[in-house]
Design a protein around this ligand. Structure first.
Ligand code: WT7
Length: 654
């Protein structure tokens, strides 16, 4: 987290109560909290029934007889895609725009719920014709184009499981995910637009499948970039051509609520990404509930825009499933915020009259840096709710967001959650909560959160501790794909001795005297770069795999723009340390990380050093390296095997 956040938070004492005008039409009502605490399971059962259409009603809300393996609404059946599409058409809202799509070069498309439903039906038939059935995994490696949403929903519609891989991940990352999930089909595009250029996606898929003896039988390719692609006959198919060969009509079959919906890979504390598994009924319930109540969605009048890519959990829950289950009209934008000009996002808000906007602090901070002149050129008066996600939002950014983007009046909802939690867990409810800049505030109704000390006792303010979720929740992860042990160890072992199972989130937090929660960043070796999670171990193993490297250590150093940035300390193999200049070596290694993982993991800085600080038992003390990387006084070095090492390293930095 940004090192300045706590300091700046302390200087912002203002509180922002909801206006009477906002409260008078607000979706969320204060009594939700009382309802949920009186009967937590009854509350979620009620949400599931009112927000979703079930083919068969469930009779049991939660089965927690075998913790940490939860089953929600397990004997109910539903179709997730039907809930996101057909039922809105059947209710007479077929003409409502589901997606205002804006391509980066300026092309655009408005897609109604009726049209989106028709596209998903055809795509579902196509998947079936390619031999994809219930439970099969489909890898999705697409830009932010309507086909990404269509593919995800088509997969869901037939009871198959998607695993979306962010387009910024390299061929190698793609391959390991395809392999881990044993995907049968990959859906990709020739290319997508980013920063004024077409980036090739099909080529990365080809690379990932070279010599692949595995599970993939077909690659479906959407035409978007019009760039040249190489073709493997019999395996590769053009999306638009293949769609013409199948029927338009498709009836959605209902599946059990615990049917797997998707796997999404995220970084953990070890080198290997974890395939987080989410299922259908509980996930959709909490995604829809939070989307509606936390963003105050009025589906017939609001235009909603979440800037996240569908390659991340935010894109799953708040671009695809939450908004579409609620019948919202939303904007989907393909490109980057500053292409072709730095006001592109604000221009889009003006063009579509966006009223609810959800983005990350890193984006807000980078707009702050370039100045208010840019957003001030656009009419942003349609905005009425602003959201934040991905890392703590520091008070300056919060206030700037409200004043400059929100015209000094919009509520700001800071939302804490994770890939694993599936949906928002901690957030204010606009119209209900008095807002406190910098704090994520309170668990949403029906969610139980505690902050515990190392010994498992509840900490008292103002002490900090570890954030835990103390009761199972509908959209919780159901496991790590293919690795039940890792699931138990990573999340449930930390407070095993306590009564009841507590989910350990990996975040530090403290609770203030009003009961509001302040997030303090990760307590493990997981970094947060621009709101995206990366593990130190994963980047270290990428660097270590280069032949010039003897050893390395990676830390997340505070960064004004991206929250944290990757900084690596590398010892070269002796024969290279003479022949290679530090600049050459560092350029080589930065490129190597990009190739191994993707550009998001590329180190901001690489320091070539002769030694790394280690304890007597050989453990690298990353905390000290972090001090160096953040330009701080070096902390306690007494446990080092060689106490002189840090002096040598910090002298070298200067
Ligand atoms: C980690 C989860 C949830 C979608 C985006 C990231 C950090 C997330 C906040 C927030 C403080 C936050 C936590 C969490 N985080 N939102 N509002 N305030 N920290 O999902 O990649 O699974 O990362 O992001 O450290 O554990 P993710």
């Amino acid at each position: 987290m940004p090192s300045n956040s706590i300091d700046s938070l302390l200087h912002e004492e203002r509180r922002f109560p909801p206006s009477a005008e906002f409260t008078s039409t607000a979706v969320a009502q204060a009594d939700l909290y009382a309802q949920a605490s009186a009967d937590r399971l009854g509350f979620w059962a009620e949400q599931a029934k009112t927000l979703l259409d079930w083919e068969t009603d469930f009779t049991e809300t939660l089965d927690w007889s075998n913790p940490p393996f939860a089953r929600w609404f397990a004997d109910g059946t539903l179709n997730v895609a039907y809930n996101c599409l057909d039922r809105h058409v059947e209710a007479g809202n077929g003409d409502r725009i589901a997606i205002h799509w804006e391509g980066e070069p300026g092309d655009s498309r408005a897609i109604s719920y009726a049209e989106l439903t028709a596209e998903v039906k055809r795509a579902a038939n196509l998947l079936t014709s390619l031999g994809i059935g219930k439970g099969d995994r489909v890898a999705v490696y697409l830009p932010m184009i309507p086909e990404a949403v269509v593919t995800m929903l088509a997969v869901a519609r037939i009871g198959a499981v998607h695993t979306v891989i962010f387009g910024g991940f390299s061929s190698e990352s793609l391959r390991s995910r395809i392999d881990d999930a044993n995907a049968k089909l990959v859906v990709t595009a020739d290319g997508g637009w980013r920063k004024g250029k077409v980036f090739p996606l099909k080529a990365a898929v080809d690379g990932a499948l070279v010599g692949h003896a595995g599970s993939v039988t077909n690659v479906l390719v959407v035409k978007r970039g019009n760039n040249d692609v190489t073709w493997t006959q019999g395996r590769d198919l053009w999306w638009h051509e293949a769609l013409e060969t199948v029927e338009a009509e498709h009836t959605a079959e209902a599946f059990e609520a615990e049917t797997p919906l998707f796997i999404l890979y995220t970084s953990g504390t070890t080198g290997k990404p974890k395939g987080i598994l989410h299922t259908s009924g509980g996930y959709l319930t909490q995604a829809a509930f939070t989307h509606k109540n936390v963003f105050d969605l009025h589906p017939d009048t609001d235009v909603y825009w979440c800037t996240a890519d569908v390659g991340w959990i935010t894109g799953h829950s708040y671009v695809v499933y939450g908004p579409l289950a609620n019948g919202a009209t939303q904007v989907l934008y393909e490109g980057t915020p500053d292409t072709p000009h730095p006001g592109r996002w604000w221009e889009i808000i003006e063009k579509y009259g966006v009223s609810i906007f959800y983005t990350a602090p890193t984006a807000i901070r980078s707009f702050m840096k370039i100045g208010r002149e840019i957003p001030n050129k656009f009419d942003l008066s349609s905005l009425r709710v602003l959201g934040s996600v991905g890392e703590p939002i520091n008070a300056e950014a919060w206030v700037w967001y409200r004043d400059i983007i929100g015209g000094g009046t919009t509520p700001i909802v800071d939302t804490w959650w994770q890939t694993e939690t599936g949906a928002i867990m901690i957030a204010a409810l606009p119209g209900v909560t008095t807002l406190k800049p910098g704090s994520a505030q309170v668990p949403i109704p029906g969610i139980k959160i505690d902050v515990l000390g190392e010994d498992g006792t509840r900490v008292t303010p103002p002490n900090g501790g570890l954030l835990v979720v103390s009761e199972p929740w509908p959209s919780m992860l159901r496991g790590i794909w293919g690795d039940p042990e890792r699931f138990t160890e990573t999340y449930w072992a930390r407070f095993e001795a306590l009564e009841g199972s507590k989910y350990f989130a990996g975040d530090g937090a403290h609770v203030d005297k009003d009961g509001d929660i302040w997030l303090l960043g990760r307590v493990d070796d997981v970094m947060n770069i621009s709101g995206h999670r990366l593990s130190t171990a994963e980047i270290e193993s990428a660097i270590d795999s280069h032949p010039i490297v003897a050893e390395c250590a990676v830390v997340g150093a505070a960064d004004d723009a991206t929250g944290q940035a990757v900084v690596a300390f590398v010892i070269l193999r002796s024969k290279h340390s003479e022949s290679q200049s530090p600049d050459e070596a560092s350029a080589l290694l930065r490129a190597h990380v990009t190739e191994k993982i993707g550009a998001i993991a590329r180190p901001r800085q690489i320091f070539i050093v002769n030694e790394l600080p280690k304890t007597r038992s050989g453990k690298i003390m990353r905390r000290l390296l972090q001090d160096v990387a953040e330009g701080r006084e070096i902390g306690d070095t007494t446990t080092l095997a060689d106490t002189a090492v840090m002096q040598i390293i910090s002298d070298k930095m200067k």
